[in-house]
Design a protein around this ligand. Structure first.
Ligand SMILES: *Cc1c(COP(=O)(O)O)cnc(C)c1O
Length: 212
């Protein structure tokens, strides 16, 4: 699917749900793809925010395309935090320890990290993120930390061939974002983004569908 078709499907899903299509942003996930391919499959259609999973892979691409908006969507290791000031948004804040470390680094760097708090709603043990039951305690603490600006929540649904089955997970992330009064909901990937948009996504992270 080319990017314009993905956009059309995002907009159609928004309209089905009675949402403003302008309230959803496509984050083009470029991991595994070199700059030329990013140019051909994404940037020829406009300046979309670009998502990368790994800091080491992202940095040279960020240097190749200065001035674009880059998001980190994969797990962040502490020893990489100091290289992350170029990301407009970090989707994957997944523990209090990482939050504390980022806050400390932010103060040293004179920087503010804009972050989403990752929530593990699928209860798959290999997934990163806070459990829902931990948020009441963790979110207020993170929101008080200097150098961090929490803009919303992020989740990764389990992989499925039937996206309808993960609808409750997306609905739950939206409810949590509402409850904590956070504007951004990062949810939905190539296999399930339409359901995520119907359930309130403001950022959809799409890779495979753009590059196939
Ligand atoms: C790779 C990745 C995506 C994109 O997944 P696709 O199935 O390629 O659309 C989205 N979010 C995260 C966290 C990822 O690692």
């Amino acid at each position: 699917m080319a990017l314009p078709q993905v956009l059309e499907r995002i907009q159609a899903a928004a309209r089905r749900a009675g949402r403003d299509p302008g309230a959803i942003r496509l984050v083009a996930v470029t991991k595994g793809h070199p700059p030329q391919e990013i140019q051909d499959k994404v940037l020829r259609y406009g300046h979309f925010p670009l998502g990368e999973s790994r800091v080491q892979e992202a940095l040279p691409k960020m240097a190749a395309f200065p001035g674009l908006e880059w998001h980190l969507i994969g797990p962040l290791q502490r020893n990489k935090v100091k290289f992350c000031s170029g990301f407009r948004l970090i989707h994957s804040l997944d523990s209090l320890k990482l939050a504390e470390y980022m806050s400390k680094k932010a103060r040293e760097m004179g920087h503010t990290f804009r972050v989403l708090v990752e929530v593990n709603l699928s209860l798959e043990p290999q997934k990163h993120g806070f459990l829902e039951s931990q948020l009441t305690h963790a979110l207020p603490r993170i929101r008080e930390m200097e150098g961090l600006e929490v803009q919303g929540l992020m989740t990764i649904a389990p992989y499925t061939e039937k996206p309808q089955t993960v609808r409750p997970i997306f609905a739950q992330l939206s409810r949590l974002a509402d409850r904590f009064d956070l504007p951004e909901r990062s949810m939905g990937m190539s296999g399930d983004f339409e359901v995520a948009v119907e359930e309130g996504a403001t950022l959809v992270r799409i890779g495979r569908a753009l590059f196939e």
